[in-house]
Design a protein around this ligand. Structure first.
Ligand code: ATP
Ligand code: MG
Length: 401
């Protein structure tokens, strides 16, 4: 799981890097540029008119108002001089300078405001483009301030929505695959059962021995179906991450010892020796024993079934730090590298074992992995020319409450 989240983080980082590369400035269209230009011209004209009006007003007020005249004459004679200076240019300068600064500020504010409106228009049209089904598109503008933050939030929102849709699709697809696999695996034995029962129904048997043979085959096929249905039920149960475990204190070495004893007879029939190396001899830990037995059962029966040409099964269980590390290995034919990662997928069976008549359902390792994951542990497989190993890491103290 840790590996997966690291991978996801990596993918996210690459995505972000790519996106940063793709960020561009907003390019105004020629229509927008002329709109901006006209806005500027109109504003300048309005400002000139406003300036003239303000200037006239100030002069009018200053000349007509007695109190202002008094104020100017008595308190600020220098300004009075300036106002009534016959040299017109001398006193208009400061007023026009002040008005000029105010004009530039107003012009800047109006143009920026209009430019921001245009930026918003671009963002809205990008949003329309995405909402029309182009979910791989992101708003590519590199802006500062609130609009920049808005773009980042929209892109992040689209990212998470797309991820949620993808996840939904994956779940849907995986459900479809499950139904296809199950119907295929149920149909095969069911066809045989109907076939043999049909022969009996139509009395197409020549002796009681033949009748018994037909019923036996139908019975075996029905049992095979039952195993599949049971496995499927178990699989769907342990797949949910909130499946409750009945956690108890137990001795792992004792538990493995019992499973090994159950397999010894079957192994000796196949001339296979089963060695159990328990270091330390007792390993007290917490876990759901019933489910863990299911894991070891499957690993041992797999080792017996698929260790083609093998003569040895070794189970090694030890305590490393806060974990119990259990290895189940068998000699025999190596599992091809390309199959190793797929072994834990439900219904996956290495090609040769698929064709075997006695083969299982291909759910055993998927169930085992889910059980180990429920215990906050992990399982993996390795296979070399001599040994095929399944390694389980289980925390000694269960983290489930
Ligand atoms: P089930 O366990 O549900 O009855 P299964 O044994 O086919 O069916 P898994 O236990 O999931 O399913 O195993 C999947 C496949 O992995 C097997 O079909 C087999 O091809 C391969 N496999 C598993 N264990 C070994 C092993 N020890 N050596 C070689 N191949 C193995
Ligand atoms: Mg199996």
């Amino acid at each position: 799981m840790a590996k997966k989240s690291f991978k996801q983080f990596g993918v996210l980082a690459i995505k972000l890097k790519d996106r940063q590369k793709k960020y561009t400035r907003i390019e105004l269209t020629s229509k927008e540029k002329s709109e901006l230009f006209i806005e500027g011209i109109v504003t300048v004209i309005l400002l000139i008119l406003l300036n003239l009006a303000s200037y006239m007003l100030i002069v009018q007020i200053a000349q007509s108002s007695l109190s202002i005249q008094n104020l100017i004459t008595n308190i600020m004679p220098s300004i009075y001089d300036t106002f009534y200076n016959p040299n017109f240019l001398a006193w208009k300068k400061p007023i026009f300078f002040l008005l000029g600064i105010i004009d530039i500020a107003i012009l800047y504010w109006r143009l920026i405001r209009r430019y921001k409106q245009m930026q918003q228009r671009h963002i809205i049209s990008e949003l329309h483009y995405i909402s029309n089904g182009h979910y791989d598109h992101r708003i590519p503008f590199d802006l500062n301030g609130d609009l920049g933050k808005l773009i980042q939030s929209i892109n992040a929102l689209v990212d998470s929505t797309v991820e949620a849709i993808d996840e939904e699709r994956r779940i849907e697809q995986s459900k479809d695959e499950l139904i296809t696999n199950v119907s295929h695996d149920i149909r095969t034995p069911l066809t045989s059962i109907i076939g043999y029962l049909g022969l009996i129904e139509e009395r197409k048997f020549s002796s009681e021995e033949e009748l018994l043979k037909y019923t036996h085959t139908a019975y075996m096929k029905a049992r095979q179906m039952k195993v599949l249905v049971d496995d499927l039920f178990e699989y769907t149960k342990v797949r949910q991450s909130n499946t409750p475990l009945s956690i108890m204190n137990f001795d792992m070495q004792q538990l493995i010892g019992q499973v090994v004893v159950d397999f010894e007879l079957e192994a000796s029939k196949k001339n296979v020796t089963v060695d159990f190396e328990a270091t330390p001899p007792s390993l007290m830990m917490e876990g759901d024993t019933e489910k863990l037995v299911r894991v070891f059962d499957n690993l041992l029966s797999n080792a017996l079934k698929y260790g083609v040409g093998g003569k040895k099964i070794i189970i090694h269980s030890e305590k490393i730090g806060s974990e119990a590390v259990i290895t189940v290995k068998n000699d025999g034919k190596e599992i091809p590298k390309e199959s190793l990662d797929l072994l834990f997928d439900r219904f996956y069976r290495v090609e040769e074992s698929r064709s075997q008549q006695t083969g299982g359902t291909g759910l055993g390792l998927a169930i085992a992995q889910s059980i180990i994951t429920l215990h906050n542990g992990y399982i993996y497989a390795t296979s070399e020319s001599q040994w095929t190993s399944f390694v389980i890491h289980l925390p000694i103290k269960s983290l489930q409450v």
